[in-house]
Structure formats: C-alpha cells, structure tokens
Write a new protein. Structure first.
Length: 182
C-alpha cells in the first residue's frame, strides 16, 4: 500500500507576491456582476491566484478589497491578482470585447453550452461572467456575451455557490488551455 505524507511549505515551492507579477498568466479573466457576498469574491480571488488568471473585474454592488470578508477568504491573493472596479458589468463587457476578449456568461440559460462540451478556442482570451447569487447574470450582460456556459447538475437544487462555480469552470478551462485536455 502506498504511503502518503503532506508536503511542507518549502516543498510546495509557492511563488512570492513579487514573482507572481512576472509569470505567464492564463488568458482567462473573471467578471463579477453584482455579486453580493464578499466571501464569494474573496474565494474568486483565491481561485484566480491558484490558476494564475489574468484579472478580476468587480462590477456594481460587488465588494472590493480591502473588504474584511474578501480578505478573510482571499488569504493574500488580492495582492497577487490584478483587479479593477466598474459601475456596470455591461460596460465591462463592452470594454473587454473591444479589447479582443471573448466574453462568456456562466448561467442556466436557453442555448447554453454544457461545460463538458466546450472547447477552449486556441489563441483566444476568455472573460467569464458570474452573476448575482439570486438574479444571476443580468439580462443586459446576457444580450452582449459571445456565449453561455452551463455546469451540468443532477440534484434537486440545480444551483451552486458562485465560489464553487468559479473553481469548476476555471479549472476546466485552464486545464484545456495548459494541457490541451477537455
């Protein structure tokens, strides 16, 4: 039987905050559209750090660092992930698209593509929009996106916490980008 031992902090070879500023980041950005829980925002920062995402765009009522609850779950990743605040998510989507990003909403919607069927377009930069915990991605943003990705679910609730969604979708797309797997 195999023997397992947790790795020490030195063995994990974690990058310093300054080293994080110089790494090659994955061509993924997050857009938080009126996310009301600062804990979800902090978790999104932590995921963005783990997968070296390009940036987080915080929009509308979404809390911004140094909010206490963001810092609680982000564990320092607000210092290693670039972020910017915008009044409106729709404005952010327009700016990202004009800068050459494809923008995809993560939502349960008609004509969505199930995450396991999506293939990361080669040479593309993707911005992923995550919506409000109650109302989801705004209709104004949905009218502008290039597509909608949906995480398949099989239980009775048919919803996941935003922090969980960010982790699932980010891992799947980073995996495809970095390792060519889907």
């Amino acid at each position: 039987m195999a023997s397992f031992r947790k790795k020490s902090m030195d063995e994990l070879e974690r990058l310093s905050s300054s080293a994080m500023q110089t790494i090659n980041r994955s061509p993924l950005a997050l857009v938080m559209d009126d996310v009301r829980s600062a804990l979800n925002v902090g978790s999104a920062f932590r995921t963005a750090d783990a997968f070296a995402l390009e940036k987080i765009h915080l929009c509308g009522i979404t809390a911004v660092p140094p909010h206490k609850e963001i810092l609680k779950t982000a564990l320092g990743s607000t210092d290693t992930v670039a972020w910017e605040y915008y009044n409106e998510a729709a404005e952010t989507v327009r700016l990202l698209k004009s800068d050459g990003w494809q923008v995809w909403a993560i939502e349960q919607a008609e004509n969505s593509i199930s995450l396991e069927s999506f293939v990361f377009p080669a040479g593309c930069k993707l911005a992923l929009v995550f919506g409000n915990e109650v109302d989801g991605v705004s209709d104004e943003v949905l009218a502008q996106v290039d597509g909608v990705l949906e995480i398949p679910q099989f239980g009775s609730k048919h919803s996941l916490n935003i922090a969980v969604c960010v982790g699932i979708v980010s891992w799947e797309l980073v995996k495809q980008w970095k390792f060519g797997q889907n």
